[in-house]
Design a protein around this ligand. Structure first.
Ligand SMILES: [Zn+2]
Length: 147
């Protein structure tokens, strides 16, 4: 499995390249879950009967004064442990770019409202798919292989 500092290096270089101001951290499962549940979309999905574990959500964006991208160590490990190093790096790029799109869409995500966050998710999903088709295919494949 790719080292934590490599994960951060990949993420930081993308943040820099996209000229955004954002903090990035790797969190343990417990901390990550409690922050992720603050998202109205995730809250809703859990209310509908999914468990947090089966969502296989590797990263979330969190707004508090500045933007924060949080990546979950355990989930990342679960998703990537059998992947070659290069795919691991690409996958990290994919999840970070997804969250960067959310930041660029800021007006939609700063409101903690369900419909807004569904729209933002769809918007980011489509933009990401269109801008990075290869990363999109790779990351979808990795996530779906664990479902
Ligand atoms: Zn998203």
């Amino acid at each position: 499995m790719i080292q934590e500092k490599q994960v951060l290096a990949v993420a930081k270089s993308l943040i820099k390249k996209n000229k955004i101001n954002c903090d990035i951290k790797l969190l343990n499962y417990k901390k990550f879950k409690s922050l992720a549940k603050k998202s109205p979309l995730i809250f809703q999905v859990l209310k509908e009967g999914f468990t947090f574990r089966e969502l296989n959500l590797p990263a979330v964006i969190y707004h508090k004064k500045t933007d924060h991208i949080f990546i979950c160590k355990e989930i990342l490990e679960k998703l990537l442990k059998k992947q070659p190093k290069n795919s691991q790096k690409k996958f990290i790029e994919a999840i970070v770019l997804h969250e960067i799109f959310h930041i660029k869409n800021r007006k939609n995500v700063s409101k903690f409202e369900l419909n807004e966050s569904i729209n933002s998710e769809e918007n980011v999903f489509n933009k990401f798919k269109k801008s990075y088709p290869k990363l999109f295919r790779l990351s979808s494949k990795i996530i779906n292989s664990k479902k």
